[in-house]
Design a binder for this molecule. Structure first.
Ligand code: AQP
Length: 331
């Protein structure tokens, strides 16, 4: 059975893009993989996080993942900072990674924008910590949204360079598992920007804890154009907001974009948004309700994470200790 590693930052409430790009895929992959799921709090602090909020968001995310169907009897769920192997391997990888490689990472450019000099060194070396997260478990498959594809390619470059520099076949090649539908969900306010849990505008995203009224309001306010829905996907080209809403509908209703258009062609966005609201509420409301129930017992959530960390540590410790021996650390 292949091992999966995947992470999500507790930098806010997970949004629909996290769900369609990652979490839903995680739930399905549990059937035939050994899964290690991680709340990557060390990644989260690469941009400023209020400490109290970070703690709460970590517990909320644990609740959301359990509510979405992560099975911690069979698989591992924990928070990254609880397993020191991540930081130790990340440092080794910082010394393997070339600056030129990091300079090419588009996520850093997107997040840092023009104000590059004022961002943390952590944000810059984020991809080598991500490589360490995966390779500390020698995971071979990583379910991610499309935005993480470049980081996964870098993970393979780092593994190869480590193996080559030290003359070993130690770290495996990693395969990105990118969902076929809605691999990149876009903001409800700007169809050219990805939906993000830390976007300053809460109107730009559907959060997995939103209730039906909030979802309806956000979708009603979502940016669209004045045209009707076309008969063919080609008619969505150059209409990023329209394309995004149709893509979300298709992914959540398990339909193709063609099938959605066949049902709704010629409709304006008023009626289409109503139909979309039903589809989104159907998918999200059960998760939101179960999250509320689970959040009533924070001790249980903390225990789930603690036990997950122990099981994660048991896998990662021997691998990272071996990597440390390979580089010549005196053990
Ligand atoms: N808009 C998206 N569409 C599809 N997949 C997405 N993912 C994130 N946004 C979208 C996928 O969700 C997983 C967890 O992401 P993350 O929390 O590790 O970091 P992120 O990609 O930076 O997500 P956010 O929501 O944009 O967080 P912030 O605002 O904190 O930076 C990943 O697999 C990602 O591909």
């Amino acid at each position: 059975m292949q091992r999966i590693f995947s992470g999500i930052q507790p930098s806010g409430i997970p949004q629909l893009g996290n769900y369609l790009g990652a979490i839903r895929n995680w739930v399905n992959l549990q059937a035939d993989h050994e899964c290690v799921f991680c709340l990557v709090d060390m990644h989260a602090i690469t941009v400023w996080q209020d400490p109290e909020k970070l703690r709460n968001q970590t517990l909320t995310q644990a609740a959301i993942l359990l509510a979405a169907g992560i099975d911690t009897d069979k698989h591992i769920l924990f928070n990254q900072s609880a397993v020191s192997a991540h930081a130790r391997l990340a440092w080794i990888f910082n010394c393997v990674t070339r600056l030129g490689w990091l300079n090419r990472m588009t996520q850093f450019k997107d997040k840092a924008g023009k104000d590059r000099e004022n961002h943390s060194a952590g944000l810059y070396v984020y991809p080598s910590l991500m490589a360490a997260d995966i390779l500390a478990y020698k995971a071979t498959r990583v379910p991610v949204g499309e935005d993480q594809k470049q980081h996964l390619e870098l993970t393979n470059d780092i593994a190869q360079k480590f193996n080559h520099d030290y003359g070993v076949e130690f770290f495996p090649e990693v395969e990105a598992l990118i969902p076929p539908a809605a691999a990149r969900v876009m903001s409800l306010r700007d169809g050219t920007k990805k939906m993000s849990k830390s976007d300053p505008s809460a109107q730009s995203r559907i959060e997995l804890t939103d209730d039906a009224d909030t979802i309806a309001l956000k979708l009603r306010r979502a940016k669209t154009d004045a045209d009707v829905l076309p008969a063919e996907p080609a008619g969505l080209a150059d209409r990023p907001e329209a394309k995004n809403l149709v893509t979300i509908y298709a992914a959540l209703a398990d339909l193709s974009v063609e099938e959605v258009l066949a049902r709704h062609q010629g409709e304006g966005f008023g009626p289409f948004k109503k139909a979309l609201t039903d589809v989104v509420v159907n998918a999200i409301a059960p998760i939101a309700q179960e999250t509320t129930r689970l959040m009533q017992d924070e001790t249980h959530l903390a225990n789930v994470l603690r036990s997950g960390a122990q099981r994660a540590q048991a896998i990662a410790e021997p691998i990272v200790s071996e990597a440390e021996k390979i580089v010549g650390f005196l053990k």
